[in-house]
Write a protein that binds this ligand. Structure first.
Ligand code: PLP
Length: 407
């Protein structure tokens, strides 16, 4: 008899962004004269940099010429892009990563959702909390839902690694063994980071426990402070225990174009099996390659002009984050992030719940943010604002908050 994958029924009813949209639409309808400012967005707003647009035009023209037309791209990505990534993102920064360990994809969401499927069903998954919800949902879809088997004493499922102001957003090593560990730094939603020593402790733990770390570095380009690792491969021993996922979305505005990559080192073995080879097999079976045109646009990110132009965009977003951060601090808020990531994470005032604060801010200042509880249980009592908006509107939003919470 036809049935569905019951694990899908175990997914949290995560209506975060649709609930936000509904509340905002209802408020707009009742208050058409009020100007709403959206600081909840995790999407970029600046247009693509000229160097990227130029590369796109050239690649489109190539597709019109029989001599330069390209059909299916290689499963793992074109070597022109993989070699650039290996050199510019890793070798130049002292990390040992080779081009045949890089898998180009259509973005970090797909990779971070798919990577779990090459690991066994009964693995114990440790997840940052709060964090990007894809890791939890993709493991839930695969049936890792937190089951403790009395007979065998075996637990398979999810273990949270709670972070909050109390532990300075640095998760403790798990108290019980974990097999697959998701770390996202700089973190979405908290905007916080780990120092190199803190990350090294995780790498050491993973090597000792024969665990694998999935390190999501989608916001790596926003790091401004020294001693914050841009890649997990800056840590000693990471090649035997870590997979790194990156995205062109937030560093170069590719949220609509779609491009990312995953690094799976050849030294990473599980039960004697090469994870890199299995991921290559999976990629070859289920993915037909990122579009040639988009990979050419990705290569333009690494040119001198490309680098200069995207640095200007990152500065623009980080200025917004700074304006939000400083405005909130001046208004008496407890604030985190916003220094190495475009996300500012604030403690809601007077013990308000995350959604309560959402309603309060919308009603009294016409500002839309994201309730922290949408990113995991430890996000309750926190709220996320982002620097991805327009600079003038961000300043206006901060002016409204300052007025509302004048100390
Ligand atoms: N990883 C994290 C931590 C993110 O916050 C996001 C997007 O918000 C992604 C991955 C998705 O990136 P992409 O657009 O490459 O799919």
């Amino acid at each position: 008899m036809l049935s569905i994958n019951e694990n899908y029924l175990k997914l949290n009813e995560n209506y975060l962004f649709s609930d936000i949209a509904k509340k905002v639409a209802a408020y707009e309808k009742e208050n058409p004269e009020k100007e709403i400012i959206r600081l909840g967005i995790g999407d970029v707003t600046l247009p693509l940099a000229p160097a990227i647009i130029e590369a796109l035009h050239i690649a489109v023209d190539e597709q019109s010429n029989p001599a330069t037309f390209r059909g299916y791209s290689p499963d793992l990505g074109y070597s022109f892009l993989r070699e650039l990534i290996a050199e510019k993102d890793f070798t130049d920064h002292g990390c040992e990563v080779y081009s045949d360990e890089i898998f180009v994809s259509d973005g970090a969401k797909s990779d971070s959702g798919n990577i779990q499927e090459i690991f066994g069903q009964d693995v114990i998954v440790a997840l940052g909390d709060p964090v990007y919800p894809v890791y939890l949902d993709s493991n839930t879809m695969s049936g890792r839902t937190g089951v403790y088997d009395e007979a065998t004493g075996k637990f398979s499922g999810i273990v949270y690694l709670p972070t909050s102001a109390e532990n300075n957003f640095v998760p403790s090593l798990p108290s019980r063994h974990a097999d697959l560990i998701y770390l996202c730094y700089p973190n979405n939603p908290t905007g916080t980071t780990l120092t190199k020593d803190e990350l090294q402790a995780w790498v050491d733990y993973a090597n000792e426990e024969k665990a694998v770390i999935i390190f999501d570095a989608a916001y790596e380009a926003y790091i401004s402070e020294e001693n914050i690792p841009h890649s997990i491969y800056e840590c000693e021993g990471a090649r035997t225990c870590a997979i790194e996922i990156r995205s062109f979305s937030k560093i170069a505005g590719f949220t609509g174009l779609r491009l990312g990559f995953t690094v799976v080192p050849k030294d990473l073995l599980v039960d004697g099996h090469s994870v890199r080879d299995l991921w290559a097999r999976r990629h070859g079976t289920k993915f037909n390659g990122a579009p040639y045109i988009i990979q050419r646009a990705g290569a333009a990110v690494y040119t001198e002009e490309g680098q200069k132009q995207i640095a200007e965009q990152i500065t623009y977003y980080m200025n917004n984050a700074k304006v939000i951060r400083e405005g909130l601090i001046a208004s008496g808020f407890e604030v985190f992030g916003g220094i190495n990531a475009p996300y500012v994470w604030l403690k809601t005032p007077e013990g308000m719940g995350s959604w309560e604060f959402f309603d309060f801010l919308l009603k009294n200042a016409q500002i839309v943010g994201t309730p922290g509880s949408g990113f995991g249980p430890s996000g309750e009592g926190y709220f996320r604002l982002t620097g991805f908006g327009n600079a003038e509107k961000t300043q206006e939003a901060v002016r409204r908050i300052t007025q509302l919470f004048a100390v």
